[in-house]
Design a protein around this ligand. Sequence first.
Ligand code: ADP
Length: 166
Amino acid sequence: MKAVYPGSFDPLTYGHLDLIKRASQIFEQVIVVVGNNPQKKPVFSLEKRIELVKVAIKDFPNVCIDKFDGLIIDYVRDKNIKIVIRGLRAISDFEYEFQMALTNRKMDPEIETIFMMPDESYSYLSSKLIKEIASLGGDVSQFVPPFVEKELKHGYFSQNQREGKI
Ligand code: ADP
């Protein structure tokens, strides 16, 4: 069975990667779908977010990547996929995820949202927090892979920061 793991991945963290790994051990194929959550203004461009996810998944033969702008329910319907994976961290994720899962179910009862929990060491990790730590010059090496850390330190993120765009 195929599953879709949608998110903003702005940027990818070890929490996301932990979920990708877990999902890849359960499903035949996992499609990581990088999109734009209209409630969040991404800091990394879509291209950069995709590039970083691509590097992260290269060792998982049954994981691939796609992008999508719109409702994830439309994406899965179009691809004839029934499973959407979402991550649950602390209680803070629950309300939003609960609403979204049930709304999606109302829109298409055949689509099932599966919630997965990361290793507890990642259960407090968020892309937002990582960006805050990096913007203040903190060490994020425990939270993101080296190629993401590099981007946060020297790449696009810090360049935009210097130019006052972030
Ligand atoms: P979105 O904008 O769709 O919430 P995110 O990239 O923030 O995109 O998250 C994508 C999914 O991954 C969400 O279900 C989120 O709860 C989950 N997620 C994010 N960080 C973690 C983490 N540290 N552990 C487990 N799940 C996570």
